[in-house]
Design a protein around this ligand. Structure first.
Ligand SMILES: [Zn+2]
Length: 70
């Protein structure tokens, strides 16, 4: 079974932790931490929250480690 990604921050779910949320319409959401779950339930847009991968991707911040060092 593939490890799902966090629906808010986009990070990997820990092997023995995390939560799955099933909405009444059948949509699935996964959360790696209570921080992500709370931010999601507050209806925050992950593209506007600075510490998420969605934000980093949007702003073009994410670069491979080799590029950052150089
Ligand atoms: Zn997360």
């Amino acid at each position: 079974m593939a490890i799902p990604k966090c629906s808010f921050c986009g990070g990997k779910l820990p092997a023995t932790a995390g939560k799955m949320l099933v909405k009444n319409d059948g949509r699935l959401f996964y959360f790696c931490s209570a921080k992500c779950e709370r931010n999601f339930l507050l209806k925050r847009d992950s593209k506007k929250v600075r510490w998420t991968q969605a934000f980093r991707k949007l702003k073009g911040i994410d670069k491979p480690a080799a590029e950052v060092k150089a």
